[in-house]
Design a protein around this ligand. Structure first.
Ligand SMILES: Cc1ncc(COP(=O)(O)O)c(C=O)c1O
Ligand SMILES: [Zn+2]
Length: 409
């Protein structure tokens, strides 16, 4: 096998990596980059990579990018893995961590995939990139397209994108197209139009994006001293990131860099939960949700393009997929903010909400080492934060007025 091959997840057909492709030309299924483990071990054997700073590109030898290729980077990855003792105490857990991927350059995990995706777009000679987005992908793509000098067109569902994300896409110079429809319809437009319009698609159906995102799992193992956690809770929208984490954990274990892998626990919002329904109802195929709805707009997705990859990831890891209500998401968002100083956007709090729910139902071993992935920063969605918080108290400019408030605390 070549060091990297792009193959169909269903029929195994190998595809040419030097041309844009998002689906198998024989059977239409998703594509995945496969890493040849023995040759990767060879590339890592001098151990030089271990001394590099934690980041996506620390793991360059495990990414499908040629050694001489110019990389477009803003130091993505290397995000903190935070030990959460106060939240742990609240949930009666001893060993709880949050991987705060909201600390990436544009405030979400998408940057991990985008640095690899945009580097690949340039390598393929593309001049225009595109995506459909619930917000974060468009913010990240716009930033990296600007950095690489590529034209950028982003499609967003009208009125359903958090303010911070919209501001980012507009500020970084993308052509922002507001679609009268939901994310699933916008993605369908992108997939049907991209070839004829000469646009390279950087949604998570792009296998190179998933490669960048898998580095978060490598980082978690490195940050835990070369060990995988027992369980990893992660929000599931289009299903790319959960599949990417699983790929990362599996590769790290195969490379001998960790001696186990976690159970991956997907978390969906109750109003947009077709993957969770497959687990609860024992289904073999996805039944899309026609009108997905949740306060966590980032995961407001009814027809996840990567459902096959994520369902395999969750099942193969021994994990599952559960749902949380909007109230549970908002409660988790506040707990993270008040107890741990971690301000996550609603989707970035869904993992903690899912864990809290599983603890309540008694399905979690309280001594396990658990990592919750917080995927996006709270500043992305100020409207939700303000709407669900106590309003500031207006006072006259006097110490007496302040005393009354302070004494009432
Ligand atoms: C903050 C945040 N969390 C979670 C997700 C879901 O990730 P995926 O679509 O890869 O399942 C997204 C996707 O937009 C997101 O922006
Ligand atoms: Zn195929």
């Amino acid at each position: 096998m070549a060091p990297f091959e792009m193959m169909c997840i269903e029929c195994g057909k190998v595809h040419d990596m030097t041309r844009p492709a998002y689906a198998c030309s024989s059977c239409g299924n998703l594509l995945e980059v496969s890493v040849d483990i023995p040759s990767a071990q060879e590339r890592l054997s001098d151990g030089e990579w271990r001394g590099r700073p934690l980041s996506v590109w620390k793991y360059r030898e495990l990414l499908p990018v040629g050694p001489g290729t110019k990389v477009f980077s803003r130091n993505e990855g290397g995000t903190p893995l935070l030990k959460c003792d106060r939240l742990g105490k609240h949930l009666h857990l001893k060993d709880l961590w949050v991987k705060f991927d909201g600390m990436n350059p544009t405030g979400s995990f998408k940057d991990r995939g985008m640095t690899v995706g945009i580097t690949t777009a340039k390598e393929l000679g593309m001049t225009m990139v595109t995506c459909a987005s619930t917000g974060n992908t468009s913010a990240s793509l716009a930033a990296y397209a600007g950095l690489a000098g590529l034209k950028c067109v982003v499609l967003i569902p009208e009125g359903k994108v958090a303010l911070g994300k919209l501001a980012q896409a507009m500020m970084h110079g993308a052509k922002v197209v507001s679609v009268k429809g939901n994310f699933d319809q916008a993605l369908d437009m992108v997939m049907r139009a991209s070839d004829s319009l000469g646009m390279y698609v950087l949604n998570s159906v792009n296998p190179f994006r998933v490669e960048g995102q898998k580095t978060a799992a490598y980082e978690v193992c490195d940050q835990l001293g070369g060990a995988a956690p027992d369980m990893l809770y992660i929000p599931v929208g289009n299903g790319g990131n959960s599949a990417a984490y699983w790929k990362g954990f599996r590769e790290y274990e195969s490379l001998g860099l960790a001696d186990s892998h976690p159970k991956i626990m997907g978390v969906q919002a109750a109003g947009a939960a077709p993957v969770a329904a497959m687990f609860s109802d024992g289904l073999d195929t996805l039944v899309p949700v026609a009108k997905p709805d949740t306060v966590a707009t980032a995961i407001r997705i009814g027809n996840p393009a990567n459902w096959k990859k994520t369902v395999r990831a969750l099942r193969d890891s021994g994990g599952s997929c559960l749902t949380v209500t909007d109230d549970e998401i908002l409660r988790a968002q506040r707990l993270m903010a008040e107890l741990e100083g971690i301000f996550a956007e609603p989707a970035g709090a869904a993992a903690v909400a899912g864990l809290a729910k599983d603890i309540e139902s008694g399905t979690v071993d309280r001594s396990s080492r658990i990592v919750c992935v917080s995927t996006g920063h709270g500043l992305k969605d100020p409207d939700v934060a303000v709407a669900n918080s106590e309003k500031p108290v207006a006072v006259e400019a006097s110490v007496d007025a302040l005393r009354k408030i302070v004494e009432g605390l």
